[in-house]
Design a binder for this molecule. Sequence first.
Ligand code: MRU
Length: 339
Amino acid sequence: MRTIEWKDGTVVIIDQTKLPNETVWVKIADYKAMASAIKDMKLRGAPLIGVAAAYGLALTAFHSKAKTREELQKELEESTEVLRKTRPTAVNLFWAIDRVMKKARDTAGSKEALAEAVVTEAQRMADEDVEINRKIGKHGAELIKDGDVVLTHCNAGSLATVDYGTALGVVRAAIEEGKNVKVIACETRPRLQGARLTCYELMRDNIPVTLISDTMVGYVMSRGMVDKVVVGADRIVRDAVLNKIGTYNVAVLAFEHGIPFFVAAPMSTMDQSRTSEDTIIEERNSQEVTNVGSERIAPEGVKVLNPAFDITPLEYVDAVITEQGILVPEVHLKQKRKN
Ligand code: MRU
């Protein structure tokens, strides 16, 4: 079941804010609605955000009333401005927009040829995402042993991608190879992607999952209940992995307990032009922290901090699992400390 689909000039997505209680499919008609869906997290997860932005541009191209190629090109540029402002941390958003716009520039011919090229490119990116995740899964499965318990944080599953998932793709691939694998899912405050989405999709696929609150990670690791950690990424810079807030805590605890910490991500999540010093960590609405669902749990007027992502130095990362294979970070504190 795909998380996002192109259907006769609209894009259909699952509204992830409603999961797991309701499975609601929403039709997205234009790039503005797509930008809102990304910003409001109706869809989320770095690879899915990228494909969604590409589809946002496809909607502009498909419905354009432009009379000339230049006019359409201008409409596309205007759409990119809005889409780029939705969420700053996941590099896949910018990668996808740049890829579609390059395709548009490189396509010769009429306005119609340009529109078709943009729609085709977006669809190709959606199909490629699934193939890439399967490759990530296949490589990552080599690192998972029969009987392993894998702890994951946030949702890096089929709901964060077009299908199959990155971190959860590794689990799926290991199970498809006949290995017995169980998952521990951190709830992932404040948006609860672990509790709501990871548990939902794993239970749907009959993959054993146990939910814990984020505060229980140290306990389960110290009790020998975790064999490996596999998480996704929103951006991998030269010195660090940017992923959902709380990932850094998990990485440090994994390090202290000698538990391998793996990051599963497509090459499109790599941003080797930057270090963690020059990336933007998204700050979200304070209500995500002061409330649980619609219920307020903190006093009115309290000061709140709500960074949506954190920074895990590569020294805590044993390997990055990509579609091209398993990459081991050069700077490896673990190794240095051992020597
Ligand atoms: O804020 P979200 O839900 O978009 O954050 C998602 C994550 O942090 C994922 O771990 C990451 O995007 C990788 S998804 C394959």
